[in-house]
Design a protein around this ligand. Structure first.
Ligand SMILES: *[C@@H]1O[C@H](CO)[C@@H](O)[C@H](O)[C@H]1NC(C)=O
Ligand SMILES: *[C@@H]1O[C@H](CO)[C@@H](O)[C@H](O)[C@H]1NC(C)=O
Ligand SMILES: *[C@@H]1O[C@H](CO)[C@@H](O)[C@H](O)[C@H]1NC(C)=O
Ligand SMILES: *[C@@H]1O[C@H](CO)[C@@H](O)[C@H](O)[C@H]1NC(C)=O
Length: 462
C-alpha cells in the first residue's frame, strides 16, 4: 500500500464512529487490480460497513470474515439454480459446503438465490425463472433441517420486474412473470418473513429522462415535492418513488407486509462522454444523502411505509475495471482499486459530510452533444495496444489501409496513434450495433479531434 493510501485509511479510521453501520456494501471482484480479500475486508472494517454482500460464496472471503463482526450476504450463482431446484440433495450439499463450513463464526445473514434472474429474457433465462422459487424453497428446507433460522433467503431483482412504476400507486409487476414467478415468490417471502431484495438505481430513470425528472430529485436534493394522485402521497425523491411502486405492486397481489431490502443502489463516479451525470460530485451527493436517510433513528421509511427500516447495500466497494458495457459500469466504486477513497464517505451516517465545495465540480450534468473519438488510453500498455491493433486489422472488420507506409495516417509512426485510428474506426462502425469504446480498458473517449493533415479519424456524433 502506498503512503497516500495509508494516509486516507488513517483519516477514515480516526473519523469513523466505533459502532458499525446498518449500511452494507457490495463487494464485487470483477477487476484485475483489486486488493486481496484480506485487505478488502480490512478496508470494509475501517469504513465501518455493517454488512457485506458477495456475488458468490468465495471460501477465502468467508473464512476471513469469521473474525469480523460484519454481517454477510452470500449468493447462489445463476448457473447453480437449476440443480438446486431439481434435487434436494444438491441443495443440502450447497448449504453444507457454503454455509455450514463457515457459519456461525462467519455471520451469514442473507442467502440470495441468483442475481437479477428475471431480467434474462432468453430460453435459458426462462428456465431459470421457472426454477427460481423451487430453488429458494429447497434451500430453505436445507437450512431448516440444520436448525438454522436466522438466515433470510431472497433473490435480488432489478426494477424491470415492474411494467409500470409511475406514479408509484400505479406500480404493477410485468405480466409475463406475475402469475408464474412473482406470486409464488411473494408467498414464499411472506411465509418465511424474508425481504424483497431490489436493485434500485435512480441514476438510470433520471439519465434516460432528464427532461422530466430533475437531477435534484434523483440526488435527494429536491426542494419541491411530487404528488401521486392515486394515493395522495407526496414524494421528495426518486428512490422513494421507485421503492413505493414496488410496495404498491406487491399490495395489489395481497402482500402488504413484505419488507424491502435494497440489494444494490449507488451512483457512478465516472463514465463515457455520453453518460451525463456520472461524476464524483453526484456520486458523493447521492451516497451521502442515501446514508443519511437510511441511518436515522427512528427510520424514515418511505411515504407508503413510513418508519420502517430498509437494509441497504451500496454498489460497490471498488471501481471494477473488468466489467463490460458502458464506462459507468466500471465506475460505481466507493474506493479506487488501490484502496483510497474516491470521495469521503461515512457509512455510519454520524459524521455530517457537508463539504461539497471540496469535491470536483460536476461538468457533465447535461447531455453532451457533439463529436467523440475513441483513442488509445493514456496509460495503455504498448504491447497490448499493438496486439489489439494487429487483431483488429487482421479481422477485416475495419479498414487499416490508411495506416500503410506512404498513406495518409502512417505518420506519426506510433502504436498509440495507429491504435487510436483503428479504435475510432471500429467504434464509429459498430457503435449502433452495441460496440463500445473500451477494448479491454485500452481505449478511452475524447472530444478532441485527432485528425491531422489529410488523415481523418472517423468519429461518432452524439
Ligand atoms: C440428486 O443429487 C445427488 C447428489 O448430487 C445424486 O446422487 C442423485 O442421483 C440425484 N438424484 C436425482 C433424482 O437426480
Ligand atoms: C399506469 O400504468 C399504465 C401501464 O401499466 C399506463 O398505461 C398508465 O398511463 C399509467 N397511469 C398513469 C397515471 O401514468
Ligand atoms: C417527458 O415525458 C413525456 C412522456 O414520456 C415525453 O413525451 C416528453 O418528451 C418528455 N419531456 C422531456 C422534456 O423530455
Ligand atoms: C469481425 O470480423 C470477424 C471475422 O471476420 C467476425 O467474426 C466478427 O463478428 C466481426 N465483428 C463485428 C463486430 O462485426
Amino acid at each position: 500500500m502506498g503512503t497516500l493510501a495509508m494516509f486516507f485509511v488513517c483519516l477514515l479510521s480516526l473519523s469513523g464512529a466505533r459502532a458499525s453501520s446498518n449500511i452494507g456494501v457490495n463487494y464485487g471482484q470483477l477487476g484485475n487490480n483489486l486488493p486481496s480479500p484480506y485487505r478488502s475486508i480490512e478496508l470494509l472494517t475501517t469504513m465501518n460497513a455493517g454488512r457485506v454482500k458477495l456475488y458468490d460464496s468465495n471460501p477465502e472471503i468467508l473464512r476471513l470474515l469469521s473474525t469480523s463482526k460484519i454481517q454477510v450476504s452470500i449468493m447462489i450463482q445463476n448457473h447453480e439454480i437449476a440443480g438446486i431446484a431439481s434435487n434436494q440433495s444438491i441443495a443440502d450439499e450447497w448449504v453444507r459446503n457454503n454455509v455450514l463450513s463457515y457459519y456461525p463464526e462467519t455471520k451469514i445473514r442473507y442467502l440470495l438465490v441468483g442475481n437479477e434472474v428475471l431480467s434474462y429474457n432468453s430460453e435459458q433465462g426462462h428456465q431459470m425463472w421457472h426454477d427460481l422459487v423451487p430453488a429458494m424453497r429447497s434451500i430453505k428446507r436445507s437450512l431448516k433441517a440444520q436448525d438454522i433460522h436466522n438466515i433470510k433467503i431472497g433473490t435480488p431483482l432489478a426494477m424491470d420486474v415492474l411494467q409500470s412504476t409511475f406514479p408509484p400507486s400505479n406500480g404493477t409487476f410485468r405480466s409475463d412473470i406475475i402469475d408464474t414467478v412473482i406470486a409464488p415468490m411473494l408467498e414464499f417471502l411472506d411465509r418465511t418473513n424474508s425481504f424483497f431484495f431490489i436493485d434500485a438505481y435512480p441514476y438510470f430513470p433520471w439519465s434516460q429522462d432528464p427532461g422530466n425528472i430533475s437531477l435534484d430529485f434523483a440526488l435527494f436534493r429536491g426542494t419541491s415535492t411530487i404528488r401521486d394522485p392515486g394515493s395522495g402521497l407526496t414524494y421528495t425523491n426518486l428512490l422513494d418513488q421507485m421503492l413505493d411502486s414496488l410496495i404498491f405492486a406487491m399490495s395489489k397481489l395481497g402482500f402488504s407486509n413484505i419488507q424491502l431490502a435494497i440489494a444494490e443502489t449507488g451512483w457512478p463516479n465516472s463514465g463515457d462522454i455520453e453518460e451525463h451525470g456520472a461524476n464524483i460530485f453526484n456520486a458523493a451527493t447521492y451516497n451521502r444523502n442515501l446514508i443519511n436517510r437510511m441511518t436515522t433513528n427512528p427510520p424514515l421509511g418511505t411515504p407508503a411505509r413510513p418508519r420502517v427500516s430498509i437494509p441497504t447495500f451500496i454498489f460497490s466497494l471498488f471501481n471494477e475495471n473488468q466489467k463490460t458495457g458502458p464506462g459507468t459500469e466500471r465506475h460505481w466504486g466507493l474506493l479506487h482499486p488501490d484502496g483510497t477513497p474516491i470521495y469521503e464517505i461515512d457509512l455510519t451516517g454520524k459524521k455530517p459530510l457537508t463539504d461539497f465545495a471540496s469535491l470536483p465540480a460536476p461538468k457533465n450534468n447535461v447531455p453532451y452533444r457533439g463529436k467523440v473519438w475513441c483513442m488509445a488510453a493514456k496509460d495503455a500498455n504498448e504491447m497490448e495496444l499493438a496486439a489489439a491493433l494487429n487483431y483488429a486489422c487482421n479481422q477485416g472488420n475495419v479498414s487499416c489501409d490508411a495506416l500503410a507506409p506512404g498513406r495518409e495516417c502512417y505518420a506519426p509512426v506510433s502504436v498509440a496513434d495507429h491504435a487510436s485510428y483503428v479504435f475510432s474506426s471500429y467504434w464509429a462502425k459498430f457503435r449502433n450495433e452495441g460496440g463500445t469504446c473500451h477494448f479491454n480498458g485500452l481505449a478511452e473517449q475524447s472530444t478532441t479531434d485527432p485528425s491531422h493533415g489529410s488523415c481523418r479519424y472517423p468519429e461518432v456524433s452524439i
